[in-house]
Design a binder for this molecule. Structure first.
Ligand code: ADP
Length: 465
């Protein structure tokens, strides 16, 4: 079986990255290819993507599609994912992709504006056209941005099979029916059209990015209003854990670091801590316990809990480093804390991949008190860098942190529970032998894509059987 598979997504690292979705679409194909999958990735040609830097070549001009009830067209560009033979195709269309950024909306985006709807509905329609041209067997749709594809494929009666991966059920892509009907020439009678919901109902198979999250979303608490619909598809729903690109995230070779290290020379890790403290203008001291957080500043990520426990960290002579962007209220609260506790807290409101690496390597503890977490990559990267995660027992955090062995977990979404686990972690930190054992176990965990890639292949085969 050839398994000609096209990933179709809004993000792909390193060319267009906002969050974890980009890491997945940038790394999973790389793991699938050597296992015999004929895989390519399709992405919009955003304005931020540069031709020269990415060695893009124009492969086909003026491919026609019907969109917005008229003839439209797009050009197809090609390059390869860096250091791989995985083709990456970019769809060029001045009208729908030339606006700023990856998303039109300011956050990771759950829909809203006409420009956003146009952008991702066009991506979906063009993606199907490419799949037809290339004779693809499978379109592997990622999140709401391309979740309308299974619906269109069924409606138009194409042979292509679909797999929908839900990276975050919190974002669904909900648009007024008028807008969707205009762009797609459909006749949805309901007031709002929910792209993810249509995807869930129409896709051949679906999965989420951890086993625990795939069970959680079948409950009211985590179902984001789609529990009933998901229960209908229960037998076709599975959970496959995300991995990380272990070549890219490797403390032995990471060129962003002051000093490369492995488990056998952990002293070098401390040099990164001193360097991080220097970069962030915090007092430089190897012994000071250093906590960090990297991520989108949204309610999902538990930023309010971090703000609540920050004074405890200050009173216990610890340091806290935060790198992220997101909702204004969280940015403001965090910056206020950093101004108040200059010697203990540093907050950087920006997206900065190199600084992120310095933080993963230079910290002792990595905080992930998420309300929900489909998989989470921060805790995987931090363990790889010997930085001990403290996370809430939910979704992928439950599946990847071994409590008391490679990190710490707490149950209730409450500052008290979070604090208890922080205090426990600090106890370990004070016992050098125990702490080293923890770091060793964390660094030795295999978070590569190998195992998960095989599970995806099983799903692809099931689709074609
Ligand atoms: P998400 O819900 O955003 O997908 P994940 O934990 O799955 O969360 O993945 C987030 C990814 O983005 C991680 O690789 C993290 O290091 C990275 N990241 C998030 N915010 C920033 C930032 N401000 N600067 C650099 N990297 C970031």
């Amino acid at each position: 079986m050839s398994l000609k598979t096209l990933f179709i997504a809004s993000e792909c690292a390193p060319i267009a990255k906002i969050g974890g979705l980009a890491d997945v679409t940038g790394a999973l194909p790389k793991a699938l290819k050597p296992l015999g999958v004929d895989v390519s990735v399709i992405l919009p040609f955003y304005k931020v993507i540069k031709i020269k830097k990415n060695k893009l070549k124009l492969v086909k001009k003026n491919i026609p599609v019907i969109f917005n009830r008229k003839k439209e067209s797009f050009n197809l560009w090609k390059t390869f994912l860096p250091n791989t033979n995985v083709p990456l195709f970019l769809i060029e269309n001045k009208k729908y992709f030339s606006g700023k950024g990856v998303y039109v909306e300011s956050d990771a985006s759950s829909g809203g504006s006409e420009a956003e709807a146009g952008r991702f509905l066009f991506l979906s329609v063009a993606g199907i056209e490419i799949a037809k041209l290339m004779n693809a067997d499978i379109l592997h749709c990622q999140d709401w941005h391309t979740a309308i594809i299974p619906f269109i494929i069924k409606k138009e009666g194409h042979k292509i099979k679909t797999l929908l991966t839900i990276h975050n059920l919190g974002y669904q892509g909900i648009y007024p029916n008028k807008l969707v009907n205009k762009f797609l020439g459909t006749n949805f009678p309901e007031k709002n059209v929910n792209c993810l919901k249509l995807g869930i109902l129409n896709t051949d198979l679906l999965n989420t990015v951890s086993k625990t999250y795939s069970r959680e979303i079948l409950t009211k608490k985590y179902g984001e209003g789609l529990k009933k619909i998901l229960l209908k598809r229960k037998k076709d729903l599975s959970g496959i854990l995300n991995g990380i690109d272990q070549d890219r995230f490797n403390p032995k070779t990471d060129s962003s670091l002051k000093a490369n290290y492995s488990f056998s020379n952990l002293n070098k890790k401390k040099e990164n801590k001193i360097d991080l403290q220097r970069i962030l203008k915090l007092p430089q001291n190897q012994k000071t316990p250093l906590f960090s957080f990297i991520g989108r500043l949204t309610s999902q990520k538990g930023v309010d809990l971090i703000c609540k426990i920050a004074p405890f960290l200050v009173n216990s002579s610890c340091q806290l480093v935060v790198l992220g962007k997101g909702e204004r209220k969280y940015e403001k609260n965090l910056l206020k804390l950093a101004r108040k506790y200059k010697k203990n807290i540093s907050v950087k409101i920006k997206f900065d991949s190199a600084l992120a690496q310095n933080i993963y390597a230079g910290s002792d503890f990595f905080l992930m008190p998420s309300k929900f977490e489909p998989c989470g990559l921060g805790q995987l990267i931090s363990q790889r860098y010997g930085t001990i995660p403290i996370g809430r027992e939910t979704g992928g955090l439950s599946d990847t942190i071994r409590h008391g062995k490679t990190g710490f977990l707490f149950k209730e979404y409450k500052a008290e529970a979070f604090l208890r686990s922080i205090k426990r972690a600090l106890k370990f930190y004070q016992n050098e032998k125990e702490w080293k054992k923890l770091i060793e176990r964390a660094m030795k965990k295999d978070f590569s894509w190998k195992k998960s890639a095989k599970e995806y292949i099983k799903l692809y085969r099931k689709l074609l059987s």
